[in-house]
Design a protein around this ligand. Structure first.
Ligand code: DQA
Length: 144
């Protein structure tokens, strides 16, 4: 059982290639390595999952019940309209934190609303990969 499951939604696999001025030049693989390195320092075991498909993300959330202690999720664009991802998060009894690389409130109007953050403990938005590291530091784990 991992302590924390990190779920990354659509297009996050293109990190480092996609809109670098917004998301930075760190590649997805480099981001994973960095997160794992920081998690190790905190003595946390972390699994990282990425999918471009809403159903796969929902399946992964459902499977998380009973197999991890907490979820960190960056739903990508599903943040703004993914009601079924929100429902999946409310269907399992696990604490979740939403993270974003960019500050969604400083961007286009359609990005300024999250349908998923309201069912999470909170949201960290705008600090690049640090958003994930900060989420790990919060102490969302029951026995952190
Ligand atoms: C994002 C913000 C979303 O609006 C966008 O669709 C993404 C990435 C972020 O991490 O800043 O894919 O979730």
């Amino acid at each position: 059982m991992s302590d924390v499951l990190i779920i990354n939604g659509p297009n996050l696999n293109l990190l480092g290639k996609r809109e670098k001025e917004i998301y930075g030049s760190l590649s997805y693989e480099e981001m994973e390595t960095l997160i794992q390195k920081e998690a190790k320092k905190m003595n946390l075991s972390v699994s990282i999952f990425q999918s471009n498909h809403e159903g796969e993300i929902i399946d992964r959330i459902q499977k998380a019940a009973g197999s991890v202690k907490a979820i960190i999720i960056n739903p990508g664009a599903y943040t703004h309209y993914g009601i079924s991802i929100r429902d999946a998060l409310t269907s399992i009894n696990l604490p979740a934190v939403e993270v974003h690389l960019s500050n969604i409130f400083a961007r286009e109007h359609f990005r300024q609303n999250s349908v998923t953050a309201g069912v999470c403990r909170g949201m960290i938005s705008g600090f690049g990969v640090e958003s994930y590291i900060l989420a790990l530091q919060i102490g969302i784990l029951p026995a952190h």
